[in-house]
Design a protein around this ligand. Structure first.
Ligand code: ADP
Length: 552
């Protein structure tokens, strides 16, 4: 802008200067031409008065530096000429100024001289004897005058141009300085040209509108950030070039992205081919879902294309943690497979034995042993089915009636039921802390203590012992079921509460175990908002610790 103003001022002053020079030159030229013409007339009057008195003698005595004088008789013959020999000169009667003077007493004319740059001015007067006295002077043309003054003119123009440039530079700076210093954030606080007031006013209005829009936008962005930040699901917004527009903390965590991922290519953040193919497919067909395993988690990615006026503008990617769902699906699959397997084994034994008996292939002495086999396997089948039914009841999560239960009473009942099996191994039962009661489902507490005590007997040594210790704190009821049996190796401890998980399959089977006892325990304890933990040393024994909150 400064240079534009500079150019405008500079050009205006140069044009003004040239125009002024042109006008002044023309004016002076006209002025001095007028003076020259008047001088010519005055000189002619003086010379004609002297010639009237002294005739040709006067003319011959005159010195002619600037003027030319010609004396002509009434026939047009030249009597005297200050520049040429009069007898060789042609008749002058046809000259405009001469014929005018003959007729009117005086005349004048202007004629171009042989050189274009000069003009001759003629002034003629008729004397009393009828002769004509003519005086002429040469006038230089205006172009010749200008050419003659060329150097001084160039110097003047040069100096003027430099002065104009300096002044134009200073002026342009002075004009633009207040404009450059305008504070557009606070337009009304500026003390600048009055002419700018409407513009500054409009900028002020516009600033207010922009600020309110920015605030609105910021509020929406904050709201969006707040929502997405608190989301458990990962959310990623991609533009049409698959660059990240927005990514929430959950998505960063799932994708293992750096803090600053906005603006990055999605491929740079997530390099897995299957996910990128899914994104590509979503851009192509509109929607794509994929399940991927990352670290120890399983995620479902739902990718949907975003369109605006039929044009793809980006995509939204939602990532859900489906680990739990996948695990329970896996467990359900494993459970079904295990159930069929566990049911098949005793059934096959029963059917085999029954077939042998039916075909009379069993010796008379062995019949009772075979029947015993059938009964034992049928009993195993029954307890397996019962355990499965109990587990599915607990899985259904239905509400069972709760009552005040004396835990000591239940434990004594359990000891009673297990007295036969414990006696077989000479195992002693001990109960410590009798006076503990809890609000719970009697049947489930029986299952808990039965399964734990049964295990404590099953996986115990000859002449071992099983102790149930019941106690309570201000907030909890704690039950410890310990034995001094075979113990559980540390690598199996985290898994023994899984369905059908056994440390030693044959031992469990031999002792009539179904592999579901501890799963039932865990479910029943969790049903009462309790926790189960385990302490076990191989060869020394196992303690199962149950904790129930008093305020359920
Ligand atoms: P099972 O019907 O086989 O006893 P459980 O679910 O009750 O099934 O127990 C799972 C496995 O945990 C058992 O097979 C056994 O190997 C181990 N176990 C449970 N309790 C004890 C214990 N008190 N001492 C040693 N091992 C145990």
């Amino acid at each position: 802008m400064t240079s534009k103003i500079f150019r405008a001022i500079f050009l205006a002053s140069v044009v003004t200067l040239c125009a002024a020079l042109f006008v002044i030159t023309g004016f002076f030229y006209n002025y001095f031409s007028g003076i020259q013409l008047n001088q010519l007339k005055d000189e002619l009057n003086l010379v004609s008065a002297a010639t009237e008195q002294s005739g040709i003698n006067y003319l011959e005595k005159l010195s002619y530096e600037n003027y030319r004088i010609t004396w002509i008789n009434s026939k047009g013959e030249v009597l005297f000429d200050s520049d040429a020999e009069s007898e060789y000169m042609e008749n002058h009667l046809d000259r405009e100024e001469i014929s005018e003077a003959v007729e009117n007493g005086s005349g004048n004319s202007v004629r171009r001289s042989s050189t274009l740059s000069k003009k001759n001015l003629y002034e003629a007067v008729r004397l009393s004897d009828g002769t004509i006295l003519r005086m002429s002077v040469t006038r230089t043309s205006i172009i010749a005058v200008v050419i003659g003054m060329l150097w001084p003119l160039i110097v003047v123009i040069f100096i003027s141009v430099i002065i104009s440039a300096i002044l134009a530079h200073k002026m342009s700076k002075r004009i633009t300085k207040p404009l450059n210093n305008i504070d557009l954030d606070y337009p009304l606080d500026n003390n600048t040209y009055d002419e700018l007031a409407p513009l500054l006013n409009r900028i002020h209005q516009q600033n207010r509108r922009i600020n309110s829009k920015i605030n609105e936008l910021k509020q929406k962005t904050d709201e969006f950030a707040l929502i997405t930040e608190s989301m458990k699901e990962g959310l990623v917004l991609l533009d049409s070039n698959k660059r990240i527009l927005s990514i929430n903390p959950a998505a960063k965590n799932i994708l293992g992205a750096e803090q600053k991922s906005v603006g990055e290519d999605f491929l740079k953040i997530e390099s897995r081919t299957d996910i990128n193919i899914a994104v590509e497919r979503a851009f192509g067909i509109g929607h794509c879902e994929i399940r991927v395993r990352k670290r120890e988690f399983e995620y479902q990615f739902d990718i949907s294309r975003i369109e605006n006026n039929g044009k793809t503008v980006g995509a939204v990617l939602l990532a859900f943690d489906v680990t739990e769902q996948a695990n329970s699906e896996r467990m359900r699959r494993e459970f079904s497979a295990n159930v069929s397997h566990e049911l098949k084994t005793p059934l096959q034994t029963i059917m085999g034995s029954a077939e042998l008996l039916e075909n009379g292939l069993v010796k008379q002495d062995d019949i009772s042993r075979f029947v015993g086999h059938i009964g034992k396997e049928a009993g195993r089948l029954l307890s397996l089915v019962e355990d499965i039914i109990r587990l599915s009841q607990l899985d259904e999560d239905g509400q069972m009636p709760k009552e005040d239960i004396s835990l000591g009473e239940i434990v004594r009942e359990v000891f009673d039921v297990l007295s036969k099996s414990s006696a077989e191994k000479n195992i002693a039962f001990n109960l410590v802390g009798d006076n503990v009661s809890i609000l719970g489902v009697r049947q489930l507490f029986f299952e808990i203590f039965y399964n734990l005590c049964d295990n404590a007997v099953k996986y115990n040594k000859e002449k071992g012992s099983v102790t149930v210790d019941l106690c309570e704190t201000a907030s909890e009821i704690i039950c410890r079921i310990s034995d001094n049996g075979i113990g559980i190796p540390p690598e199996h401890q985290p898994r023994i509460f899984e369905r059908f998980y056994r440390v030693d399959k044959s031992h469990s089977r031999k002792s009539g175990g179904t592999g579901l006892g501890l799963s039932i325990v865990k479910h029943a304890v969790v049903y009462h908002n309790g926790t189960v933990s385990l302490e076990s040393i191989v060869g020394k024994g196992t303690t199962v610790i149950l904790k129930f909150p008093k305020q359920q």
